[in-house]
Design a protein around this ligand. Structure first.
Ligand code: KIV
Length: 268
C-alpha cells in the first residue's frame, strides 16, 4: 500500500520518525523504495547531482516532469513528492497551480514541494485549493542563494529565527502537510517542530525534527571529496564503481572479455 499524508500526521503524533530520500530515475527510485523509505522527493537538486549544474536555478519544468515520471515507474510504496523548480510558482498564481497540476497529472506525483514562506502564501493557498498536497520548505532555500549570498545556514540571529518560526506557523495554518527545514540551527528546528501540528523534515537541522531527508548521491558517497557537515555517508560507492569500470576497460583491451564459453552465442 502506498503511504499517504495521513500516515505522516499519525507518525508525528506517535513520535515515529519519517524518512525521506531523493531519487531521480527508475533505478534510484527502486532502491530507495525497496529500502522502505517513507517519502521519495524528486528534488530540483537533480540539477546539480544529475545534470552537473552549480546550483538548482537552471532546472526546468520539463526536466522535473521527465525525472518524476521515471521515479513513479520505479517506486511502489513511498509517497512521491515533486519539487517545483525556480520560477515555476512565483510568476503568477495561475501558473503555479498549472505547474503543480503537471506534477500530479504528468509526473504521477502525490504532492509538490515549494520553497518559501509568507511571500508564497497566495500560490500555496491556490495550489491547496486545487486539491494538491503541498510540502513547504524553509531555512536555506537553495533557489534564493543569490539573495542569501551562497549556501549559508539560515535563522542564526533572533530576528531571522523569529521570521522562520512565523513562516512555519503560517504554512501549517494554510494546510501544508509537512515542512522541510534546511540548514537551520537545531534549537530553531526543535522549536518549530514543537510549535506546528504538521511534521517537520530536517536536512542540516539537527535531530529533533519529525523526519530527516538526504540526497541520494550524498548518502551513497557518489561525490568524492565533497561532504557537507550535515551529511552522513552510509556507503562510499564512487571508488568501487570506478574500479569496476576500469576493470571492464582493461579486460576488453586485453581481450579477456567477452569469452566464448561464458558470454557468446554459438551458431550450433
Ligand atoms: O532538491 C532537493 O533535493 C531538496 C532537498 C535537499 C530537501 O530540496
Amino acid at each position: 500500500m502506498r503511504k499517504t499524508v495521513l500516515d505522516f500526521y499519525k507518525m508525528k503524533q506517535e513520535k515515529e520518525k519519517i524518512t525521506m530520500l531523493t531519487a531521480y530515475d527508475y533505478v534510484s527510485a527502486r532502491l530507495v523504495d525497496e529500502a522502505g523509505t517513507d517519502i521519495i522527493l524528486v528534488g530540483d537538486s537533480l540539477g546539480m547531482v544529475m545534470l552537473g549544474y552549480q546550483d538548482t536555478l537552471s532546472v526546468t519544468m520539463e526536466d522535473m516532469i521527465r525525472h518524476c515520471q521515471a521515479v513513479a515507474r520505479g517506486a511502489k510504496t513511498a509517497f512521491l513528492v515533486g519539487d517545483m523548480p525556480f520560477l515555476s510558482f512565483s510568476v503568477s498564481v495561475e501558473k503555479a497551480v498549472e505547474n503543480a497540476g503537471r506534477f500530479i497529472r504528468e509526473g504521477h506525483m502525490q504532492a509538490v514541494k515549494l520553497e518559501g514562506g509568507r511571500e508564497r502564501k497566495a500560490a500555496i493557498e491556490a495550489i491547496l485549493d486545487a486539491g494538491i498536497a503541498v510540502m513547504g520548505h524553509l531555512g536555506l532555500t537553495p533557489q534564493y542563494i543569490h539573495r542569501f549570498g551562497g549556501f549559508k545556514v539560515q535563522g542564526k540571529t533572533q530576528e531571522a529565527a523569529k521570521r522562520i518560526l512565523e513562516d512555519a506557523k503560517l504554512l501549517a495554518d494554510l494546510g501544508v502537510f509537512s515542512i522541510v527545514l534546511e540548514s537551520v540551527p537545531w534549537q530553531l528546528a526543535k522549536k518549530i517542530t514543537e510549535s506546528v501540528d504538521v511534521p517537520t523534515i530536517g536536512i542540516g537541522a539537527g535531530p529533533y525534527c519529525d523526519g530527516q531527508v538526504l540526497v541520494f548521491h550524498d548518502v551513497l558517497g557518489l561525490f568524492p571529496g565533497f561532504k557537507p557537515r550535515f551529511v552522513k555517508q552510509y556507503g562510499q560507492f564512487y571508488a568501487p564503481m570506478l574500479d569496476a569500470l576500469k576493470k571492464y576497460n582493461e579486460e576488453v583491451k586485453k581481450s579477456l572479455f567477452p569469452t566464448i564459453e561464458e558470454h557468446s552465442y554459438s551458431s550450433e
